[in-house]
Design a protein around this ligand. Structure first.
Ligand SMILES: [Zn+2]
Length: 277
């Protein structure tokens, strides 16, 4: 689902202009974290939130990369394998159907609602996300203001002509054709609209994400371990362009040292006060 995974050591070194904030930027408790966030939101002219799996776990979407997550048990199917083999296309669809209940039942969480409120208030440009669950759109942010770096799994497209197909339609065809992976009327393969391992990053989405990141004065990294390159370069890009950097994540990240504020609390709990209309 995600694309190029590159080791942390391949990240660019910090530019001289980026100073290390140090451990004192870690919010000591929930109350202080919320207070600091409120102040930073008030002071910001343009916020760009960047979200990862952590914002959706309270919505019942499992974190594929976490210990015990699907990807630690089953190797992901690469884009090349999907193209090369009918067996892999079938396996890929079987896995997707097995996840359907999670995606269908999921509703936006407190984090999603807080970001939607910031967007409504004109504070946030939109959201850049690594998630494929469609929950930012479901929270009320218009699709054109959600930049999906890893695509979207709630629908499918033809790899050749781009025609959109709904998951239910694919499942019906799959059943009707004795578990054969359906193809488009044009003959192309139909695949979830996600970016698979080995599949090219969506260029336009990446370019827009970089533009937004350069233009913001507050970059909010939420629920991402910030290890998937190139998306992980965005917080650093923001910092190098003079923005403040806030990291909200249960676990430490390698960018904590350059952040202006680090919040290691439950994401939904921290953002809940901002979700109110
Ligand atoms: Zn087609």
């Amino acid at each position: 689902m995600a694309c190029a995974i590159v080791a942390a050591s391949s990240r660019p070194a910090l530019s001289p202009g980026v100073s290390l904030a140090g451990q004192d930027m870690i919010a000591p408790d929930l109350e202080t974290a919320i207070e600091s966030l409120r102040r930073m939101f008030d002071e910001a002219a343009m916020i760009v939130p960047f979200t990862g799996a952590g914002i959706s776990t309270e919505c019942g979407i499992p974190d594929f990369r976490s210990p015990g997550g699907i990807w630690t048990k089953m190797a992901p199917i690469s884009f090349d394998a999907f193209l090369a083999s009918e067996e892999m296309r079938i396996e890929s669809w079987r896995r997707r159907f097995a996840m359907e209940e999670h995606f269908r039942k999921a509703r936006p969480g407190r984090g999603h609602r807080a970001l939607a409120a910031l967007h409504r208030a004109g504070k946030a440009r939109g959201v850049i996300t690594q998630n494929i669950d469609n929950l930012h759109q479901a929270s009320g942010i218009p699709p054109e203001d959600v930049i999906e770096l890893h695509g979207n799994t709630t629908y499918a497209t033809c790899l050749d002509c781009g025609q959109r197909y709904e998951i239910d339609w694919v499942r019906e065809r799959f059943a009707a054709e004795n578990a054969r992976a359906p193809t488009c009327a044009c003959g192309g393969f139909i695949k979830t609209a996600t970016v698979s391992f080995g599949q090219a990053m969506p260029e336009i989405a990446m370019r827009r994400a970089e533009e937004w990141t350069r233009a913001c004065d507050l970059f909010l990294a939420i629920g991402s371990s910030l290890v998937v390159w190139p998306a992980a370069g965005l917080p650093l890009l923001a910092k190098q362009n003079g923005a403040r950097l806030v990291i909200i994540n249960r676990e430490p990240t390698e960018f904590d040292a350059v952040a202006d504020l680090v919040v290691r609390q439950d994401i939904g709990t921290v953002l809940a006060p901002f979700a109110e209309r």
